[in-house]
Design a protein around this ligand. Structure first.
Ligand code: N01
Length: 550
């Protein structure tokens, strides 16, 4: 049985192969298939470039990869049965367990049959006459669909290699974002790792344990606080299961989408001792609490931020034996939290090991990769293995990779040549019937992703259902709504310290990328309210047009 968009009449001019094409088999694509196919009864075709489900958790298999929201919160809430039956073995699950969870979700809801795996979408063109998308894939085929839902995520296109010479290197080079499926054995090897973002910070202690020697090339130090991962007991899991509704409600009402204690108003309102007690408590508490439960003004007031930055630098100095190494690991260039904060397990202690060396490549930039290893301005380092933990072409890269052409042949790459333009980070003017879920300018960057994804998938499916019921064919966000949203996200950010930092949030990690803040920093509850108000106001900002013939 098909949906209302299904063409029963041969005379209908806008017949499409599918009602919806969904791109990606991560959290977003999986839930979108379930929602559109099984709840709205639509004809869905999904594509995934990998050979299986998992998205981020399919590709990022590097040692140490694990989530840094507790798994009981970093998981789907849409099915109570799923919540009740799944047991997490650790507080912060590792990549293999999250992948296993997503495979379980796919099997439980019979999602894989809607996916064509090993298939990359290479181009998408909007048909102005008949109001549908033509989608091309790298198997040389094309198909048509009324709607396209992108679930390609923010961090699925690794940053291109900056270093000439990789092809002559005699050893192996691995990128954390495209890790092999067979285990990489570092035992007895000389390893070099480039990058000390969240991925490098997770991988370094794990590689250090195995490698003969590990050289860490650091350009910019990061403020990392402890993750504090521990096993989950059966009693804890039972307790969580009995309170899941309450926990999910609390998550959705929290700034970053997890049920953490709310922060106090100001770091500056307390004495130094009182403040330190708060920092100690949440440093010991683990994960995002260090940012989310301490003080509201950390992301607003530089003086307040300096107090947490000083605290974190002190903790680094306590944990790293060599004061020169500790200083090199201590950030001094940005306010805490204005780059995505990483969380660590024995990261700083790794630098106390005899087999680990830290190299400052801000002072001596990497010049090239050679047959033997890595050349900086003043030395050549010899390796058997090089690990690139150099990050992603974040937010816009995955969407620009799809070769999207909208109304009147408008290329997304041209439209976004000076930065992304969207409405709510969900859709863009000139690109009708295309949902860019978790896209740039949404709250995705600092909102516990599975819940953020549920919000976005439900927004898209509710709008499509509304169109089905009213026999509309086409939605397009208005130019005004898009411009106002762009101005709003910059206005919200202007009251914070985010604009003071160069990072992947504003494209600064990719040479030549436009420097513009690409994230909404107002927090999950504010973002959810804005989206709910848009729906309440009959999808304000969305021009919904066209009556189906049939
Ligand atoms: O990437 P990054 P990532 N020469 O961009 C360095 C998520 N995530 O993969 O800062 C030398 O943060 C670069 O140096 P600099 C999370 O959202 C989540 O680590 O540009 N160095 C930096 O140190 C995160 O934000 C988890 O000076 C070069 C590093 O490479 C996002 O993924 C785990 C260089 C890149 O850091 C990205 O994190 C992992 C060069 N030419 C990731 N180019 C969880 O726990 C780049 N670098 C859920």
């Amino acid at each position: 049985m098909g949906s209302e968009f299904n063409t029963k009449s041969a005379s209908r001019s806008a017949a499409t192969d599918h009602d919806v094409v969904i791109i990606g088999a991560g959290f977003t694509g999986l839930y979108a298939v379930h929602r559109l196919r099984d709840k709205l009864n639509m004809r869905v075709q999904a594509f995934e470039s990998g050979s299986g489900v998992g998205g981020t958790w399919f590709w990022n298999r590097y040692p140490g990869a694990r989530c840094d929201f507790e798994s009981i919160h970093y998981s789907f809430s849409f099915s109570k049965e799923l919540q009740q039956e799944w047991k997490w073995s650790e507080r912060f699950a590792s990549q293999p367990e999250i992948l296993e969870y997503l495979q379980h979700v796919a099997t439980r809801f019979d999602l894989e049959r809607s996916f064509q795996f090993n298939t990359q979408v290479t181009a998408m063109r909007w048909n102005d006459v008949n109001n549908y998308w033509t989608v091309e894939t790298d198997d040389g085929k094309t198909c048509t669909a009324r709607f396209v839902i992108s679930g390609v995520g923010n961090l699925s296109v690794p940053k291109e290699q900056d270093f000439p010479g990789a092809e002559v290197f005699k050893g192996d080079i691995y990128n954390t974002g495209r890790w092999p499926h067979t285990p990489v054995d570092f035992t007895g090897k000389r390893v070099g790792i480039i990058g000390t973002g969240a991925s490098g910070i997770q991988a370094i202690p794990m590689i250090a344990k195995r490698a003969k020697h590990l050289t860490v090339f650091q350009r910019t130090p990061n403020f990392a606080a402890p993750l504090r991962n521990v096993p989950m007991t059966d009693e804890e899991m039972d307790d969580v299961r009995s309170r899941y509704d309450e926990l999910r409600d609390a998550s959705r009402n929290n700034f970053i989408g997890a049920p953490y204690e709310p922060p106090q108003e100001s770091a500056m309102a307390l004495s130094a001792e009182e403040r330190r007690a708060v920092y100690d408590r949440y440093y010991d508490g683990g994960g995002f609490r260090m940012l989310a439960s301490t003080f509201q003004d950390l992301l607003i007031d530089r003086a307040a931020n300096d107090t947490v930055a000083d605290y974190l630098r002190e903790r680094i100095a306590e944990r790293v034996q060599d004061p020169a190494v500790a200083e090199l690991l201590s950030p001094r260039d940005h306010a805490y939290g204005t780059k995505r904060p990483p969380f660590e397990s024995n990261y700083y202690e790794a630098f106390n090991r005899d087999n680990v060396k830290l190299v400052d490549v801000k002072k001596n930039p990497i010049q090239c990769i050679t047959e033997k290893g890595v050349c900086t301005e003043d030395a050549e380092y010899e390796f058997d293995v090089i690990v690139l933990a150099t990050g992603f072409d974040a937010f816009t890269g995955p969407l620009l990779n799809l070769g999207i052409e909208g109304r009147d042949g408008l290329k997304l790459s041209e439209r976004w040549s000076d930065g992304p333009k969207t409405y709510l980070g969900l859709a863009a003017h000139g690109f009708p019937n295309l949902f860019m879920l978790m896209g740039p300018q949404s709250a995705a960057a600092i909102y516990n992703n599975p819940l953020a994804i549920e919000d976005h998938v439900e927004f898209a499916s509710d709008l499509i259902e509304h169109m089905q019921k009213n026999a509309f064919t086409t939605f397009e966000v208005s130019a005004n709504a898009e411009a106002e949203w762009g101005a709003h996200i910059q206005e919200v950010a202007s009251h914070t310290l985010f604009p003071t930092t160069q990072s992947a949030y504003n494209g600064a990690n990719i040479p030549g990328k436009p420097r513009v803040l690409m994230i909404y920093v107002g927090g999950a509850p504010a973002y959810r309210k804005i989206c709910a108000d848009v729906v309440e106001a009959n999808y304000r900002g969305f021009d919904i047009t066209g009556k189906r013939r049939g």
